[in-house]
Design a protein around this ligand. Structure first.
Ligand code: ZN
Length: 283
């Protein structure tokens, strides 16, 4: 059973009115939050020939990357086992603002059938690898692409429990309208706590700016200037940490589907998201 949410939304584009969002909220994954901790070893310092050996720079004097020691929670949307477990996935869970939502959804897919959950899992792994190389501790909300959930409220809890310096949910949209394309970044609005205020807005803006300068197009069908204020996403509502959700593009758009389906394309998304998170943590 597919749980892709369809929402009627005002459109900027002529034509279709159905938004097959990847929908849901974002965060997820029940399991023990895992974690990849990596300690950065400063690169060997090259000592000029004229400098006596005794004056060589010790490794400890080399400054670590600015974001070293920070904690980042990466939340790849959906999961590969969701579609086969409708009862678990449709179970209502707290979504913030007094609302409930289904535990999780299946997500969307390209017209050729490449699923959002596979895309988000792969991109998150690539983002995590890049950040870990900078000494950042990575916590993923799910450890594989074959499980069920975690529910959106649990995904948010993982970020909160990790005391994350930044939480980024990764999704891709499924908007059925000709020409609809581009990425957007969602943030909680109005904010429900201090972390959802300025820090989350800055995280969202940094993601928007970095993805744009990395060559990705702003969405032409949702949000404004690549940003979307949302009050209905559980992963954002329930977070007590700086949080944003990236909809990398529209899987129903041929060009973006091709990019998402290729390994090279996924690395491009990951590199941009990782650079944005590094920039946010350093600012
Ligand atoms: Zn999604």
């Amino acid at each position: 059973m597919v749980v892709v949410r369809r929402v009627i939304t005002p459109l900027l584009l002529a034509g279709a009115l159905l938004l097959t969002g990847c929908s849901d909220d974002a965060p997820a994954a029940p399991a023990p939050a895992p974690v990849t901790t990596r300690t950065v070893t400063p690169a060997p310092t090259t000592v000029p020939p004229s400098v006596p050996a005794s004056a060589s720079v010790s490794a400890s004097s080399v400054a670590p990357p600015a974001a070293s020691g920070k904690v980042v929670v990466l939340d790849p949307g959906h999961n590969g086992g969701n579609a086969a477990h409708p009862a678990e996935i449709n179970r209502p869970v707290p979504a913030g603002r007094g609302q409930t939502k289904p535990c999780n959804t299946t997500g969307t897919a390209t017209n050729a059938g490449y699923p959002e959950h596979a895309f988000t899992f792969d991109v998150a792994q690539r983002v995590g690898k890049a950040l870990a190389s900078q000494g950042i501790r990575i916590v993923y909300t799910r450890q594989n692409d074959t499980g069920v959930g975690p529910c959106v409220d649990r995904r948010a809890a993982i970020g909160n429990e990790a005391a994350a310096d930044a939480v980024v949910s990764i999704h891709a949209d499924g908007y059925e309208a000709a020409g609809a394309n581009g990425f957007h970044v969602a943030y909680s609005a109005p904010p429900l706590n201090a972390a959802q205020g300025a820090p989350s807005t800055r995280l969202a803006q940094t993601l928007r700016d970095t993805m744009r300068t990395s060559g990705f197009s702003l969405s032409n069908y949702i949000g404004g200037n690549g940003l979307s204020a949302r009050s209905d996403l559980a992963g954002l509502n329930l977070s007590t940490r700086p949080v944003a959700l990236v909809e990398c593009g529209n899987m129903r758009n041929a060009a973006e589907a091709a990019r998402m389906t290729s390994e090279e394309g996924r690395q491009q998304y990951a590199s941009a998201i990782a650079a944005a998170i590094e920039a946010y943590l350093a600012s």
